[in-house]
Ligand binder design. Structure first.
Ligand code: TXA
Ligand code: MG
Length: 319
């Protein structure tokens, strides 16, 4: 059931239920992070392998402190600057955090979301929420309450509707390496340029190198059911001749395809707007069942364009 009742969501979560929650990035599938039975239901509902750890969410740094060993100064600086917001950091966990949440890893991923409805909900809870994106494992993340309803409606106890997600791509995940450098493990809503302006150059995980410390960051992820090819548009269109093609681009129409099959993510050339529309458009194309394939253009490799390109790359098939 979809609704806007924060109180109801809080009561359900206190009772060990599964509630889909709005965040500024994507919708999350939340449960009490300290209740292993409730956390197990998340994995079950998503059909998520138990080796893929979850992010925990709170509304303050104070609530994070008892859950982790220490917060290294560099990461603390980032949290103070960019939280609440689309930033997730990895920290050494305390035993209070169940191993199920971290898939047995010694670190836990934590984030303080900025969405006002989510913050209000978290402020009413004295436990953190474990919440992966509220989609079946491997599929693109939901950016509208309706997306959750469509795929997991019968598996969640309540969907707390907070409207369309502002960012539309997941949070940026960072950790401190053994040498004390900041490393971006997943490009996301917080642009790397903003982090670098603040603390200087950082290391960035390339999408294709699957990181052993991040078992869930599989290359083939965030994929729509319709096969998607990225880049080399004219070449792709030629090769895919005879197939019904949908085109996803930034703001420029492609003259080799009918206008009605083209889906431009931001006519005003705004990468943030494009990111917030990306997953919704992929879903719409899947749902319409009108297309055999999707062909997408690369976006400018800057700001949120980096996160968009990362998701396109992971969603794509080799041509
Ligand atoms: O924006 C977001 O981050 C959304 C909203 C709901 O907060 N959440 C989200 O969660 O995208 P999820 O589970 O779909 O993606 C979390 C990623 C996974 O790839 C997982 O492997 C990684 O974070 N992760 C979680 N804990 C980790 C850990 N201890 N070490 C390394 N990677 C971790
Ligand atoms: Mg996910």
């Amino acid at each position: 059931m979809i609704g806007q009742d924060i109180q109801k969501a809080a009561e359900l979560l206190k009772g060990g239920a599964l509630v889909a929650i709005p965040t500024e990035t994507v919708y999350g599938l939340a449960a009490n992070a300290l209740d292993t039975t409730a956390v197990a239901r998340i994995f079950e509902a998503k059909e998520r392998p138990s080796f893929d750890p979850l992010i925990i969410h709170t509304d303050s740094l104070d609530k994070i402190k008892p859950l982790v060993k220490e917060i290294p100064a560099k990461l603390l600086k980032l949290v103070e600057e960019f939280s609440p917001g689309p930033l997730t950091i990895l920290l050494e966990k305390e035993s209070a955090v169940p191993d199920l949440v971290t898939s047995g890893l010694p670190t836990v991923a934590v984030r303080i979301p900025a969405h006002p409805v989510c913050r209000k909900l978290l402020s009413q809870l004295d436990f953190p929420l474990a919440a992966p994106s509220a989609n079946p494992f491997g599929y693109i993340s939901p950016t509208r309450a309706k997306h959750v309803q469509d795929q997991l409606g019968d598996k969640v106890d309540y969907i707390l509707d907070g409207g369309n997600c502002d960012f539309g791509v997941e949070s940026t995940i960072v950790k401190l390496t053994d040498t004390g450098a900041v490393r971006v493990l997943r490009k996301g809503g917080l642009a790397i340029e903003r982090i670098e302006e603040f603390i200087g150059a950082v290391e960035v995980n390339d999408v294709s190198s699957s990181n052993p410390t991040a078992p869930g960051m599989l290359k083939s992820h965030y994929a729509p059911k319709t096969p998607i090819y990225v880049g080399n548009i004219n070449e792709s269109v030629k090769r895919l001749k005879g197939k019904k093609i949908a085109f996803i681009g930034f703001n420029m129409l492609n003259f080799s395809l009918p206008v009605e099959d083209q889906f431009l993510l931001s006519m005003k050339f705004d990468l943030k707007e494009a990111a917030s529309n990306l997953f919704a458009v992929m879903r719409q194309l899947d749902k319409s069942k009108k297309y055999d394939v999707i062909v997408a253009d690369w976006f400018p490799d800057e700001g949120l364009g980096k996160a968009i390109n990362d998701r396109l790359k992971r969603a794509s098939s080799p041509l």
